[in-house]
Ligand binder design. Sequence first.
Ligand SMILES: Nc1ncnc2c1ncn2[C@@H]1O[C@H](COP(=O)(O)OP(=O)(O)OP(=O)(O)O)[C@@H](O)[C@H]1O
Length: 474
Amino acid sequence: MAKILIVDDEETVCESMALIGRRSGHETSCARTLAAGLELANTGAFDLVFLDVKLPDGNGLEFLPRLTQAPSRPDIIIMTGYGDPQGAELAINSGAWDYIEKGCSAKDITLTLARALEYRKQKLTLAGAKGVVALKRENIVGNSASLNACLDQVACAAGSEAGVLIMGETGTGKELFARAVHQNSKRADKQFVVVDCASLPETLVESILFGHDKGAFTGAERAREGLVAEANGGTLFLDEVGELPLATQKAFLRVLQERRFRPVGSPREIESDFRLVAATNRDLNAMAQTGEFRSDLLFRLSSVVINLPPLRERRDDIKELARYYMDKFCERNGLSPKGSCPEFMATLMAYGWPGNIREFINTIERTVISAREEPVLFAQHLPTAIRAQVAQSGVGHRGAPPAAEEQSAPPAVEGELPRLNDFRETIYAKAEKQYLADLMSVAHNDIPAACRLSGLSQSRLYALLKTHELHRSP
Ligand SMILES: Nc1ncnc2c1ncn2[C@@H]1O[C@H](COP(=O)(O)OP(=O)(O)OP(=O)(O)O)[C@@H](O)[C@H]1O
């Protein structure tokens, strides 16, 4: 029996949903506001929450990350308005497990409910067996609800042998996630072989994939093992799988079905036991409808589908990504760690990042290098094109007060609340460091000027700079 929470301000909706839940043998509770729903979720160990979007005290989608972080980490099903495809898309991108349209039949609701609970059971079994914290994240930075939902799928996929299809715009981290599936699978100590389908020369596709015998064609002076054989025991990653020529798709389908193939020019077949992960930034379903991609291959590739959201739809991750890559590039270039001013982060948050995380990383690298020894990054350090676009779109936060998060510690997680004195000290140290970094930047690293501005003595200023490991530029 599962515990289900229904958050909807309409009494009739609550009652009918509760009835459907009870008929399926589950325990149900209802809340008519977001605040009441959150309170119940934080105390009631729910497995599943049916969440309305328009509630008297706010928008359900905005509350979704807080609900998913409740102690029992419930899965969420959004109840959208009838015929609202945008609402449905938003729901999924916000990290909901699924959505239902209000007014759909009791049968459909029961089915969605059963699927969600089945998924949850598998997830918890897997987590119990592997330990949730054991998921190796492979440098995957971020903690947004949508990213965490993708990591949950990685955990599920890694525990099985099913084909995985990772979809997402360019630079969203498809290869990184494919590696994470491999690293968390039982094949982790074997090869992860990458096939870049977009750059396979048409005449050599089959030989590169399946290998060839000596003398199989002009120039084949030695026999060569193909990538499929190389992946034996490990994972074969087909990047840009939408670019695979139709003839190769057919050959590949056979390999997937039989796990056997014949190298070019060879009289005998060989076997390879590989796990397949594929990625694409194209709409393979649409391609299957126009005949550009084989639907039978698509079916086999996509037992598990991971949809990576573009960076602009998970802006919650931007600060963490910025800090991670700022530190990384400072270290790589022999620079002391840098701070940043609120406008710098606000500009990063406001930009659309069409090239997603790859563009973001390049921007941070350029910015860190161009700022050289300067201890604080300002919005002015960012490339002009980015600042111009943010200014043009009118969503820049120039002069806006720092976000609350900028001035305070990250929200406490239940069970990890620090002692007040420790909490105060952390905040104090953070603020002091930021002040000193700003001070040295404004004073152009001139110690007498910094003393004048701050009212500190030289010895005190030196001591503080040392404590916070803020070094003066030579
Ligand atoms: N969540 C993340 N945290 C940290 N770095 C990330 C994250 N996602 C992606 N990256 C980094 O962004 C860069 C692009 O990622 P990746 O190559 O996996 O993207 P992709 O979707 O496969 O791109 P393409 O479609 O162009 O092949 C890599 O350097 C990767 O390490």
